[in-house]
Design a protein around this ligand. Sequence first.
Ligand code: 13P
Length: 251
Amino acid sequence: MRRSLVIGNWKMNGTRASTQQLLGDLLAGLGEKALTGEVGVGVPFVFIPQAAEQLKNTGILLGSQNVSDQDAGAYTGEIAATMLREFGCSFAIVGHSERRLLYHESSPEVAARYNKAIEHGLTPVLCVGERLEQRELGETFNVIDEQLTAVLAVAGTASFLRAVIAYEPVWAIGTGKTATAEQAQAVHEFIRQRIASEDQHVAQAVRILYGGSVKPENAEALFAMPDIDGGLIGGASLDARSFLSICFSAG
Ligand code: 13P
């Protein structure tokens, strides 16, 4: 049985004060009910030390929104996996569509970042997903396959025992348009089958999250699907009540 996981991707939002407030509200809310699933927050790099302090011994997982494909050296603007580990991160989001599309990170580059996270014991949360025009051309599965294959080639199938996958259709991110539970399930099933074509055991173990306009109103239907193991939440993760409600929907 896979344990559910809900991660808030804060993207480039917040201040010192709002970070403290939001984490405080989450801790208070999560303290009220017992959860069987896991909860995490992916915060902007500069808020990681502060968040690590506040989340110490709480059970809420802390992560970053990217990680370098290098260990150290002349890579201006990059943050190494070892640095993230030293500051209390247990996961790093990699290959988010905003990184792929706005900052032109290619699938091989995303795979290298994923691999570096694995190498240093940081759980990569690998994002995959198609753009609207790709879906309309019937290319969804080809796109996802290319994104997964790049990672399988570099890091191997067994690495997925120490990773999480997030399916985020680009057309559903920040648009208010969610994939229906059935549309999402079909792609999650495809992802699990792609991994199963390499290794059945790994495919059954890996958690696949759905992301793209998840809200309190649609979370339950999405999480009820057999291959949807939780969510990667953008906008709604910035509001404590909404995020808590989504976490409780996951169980
Ligand atoms: P929204 O929930 O704002 O659509 O964002 C989804 C996302 O990109 C999470 O990584």
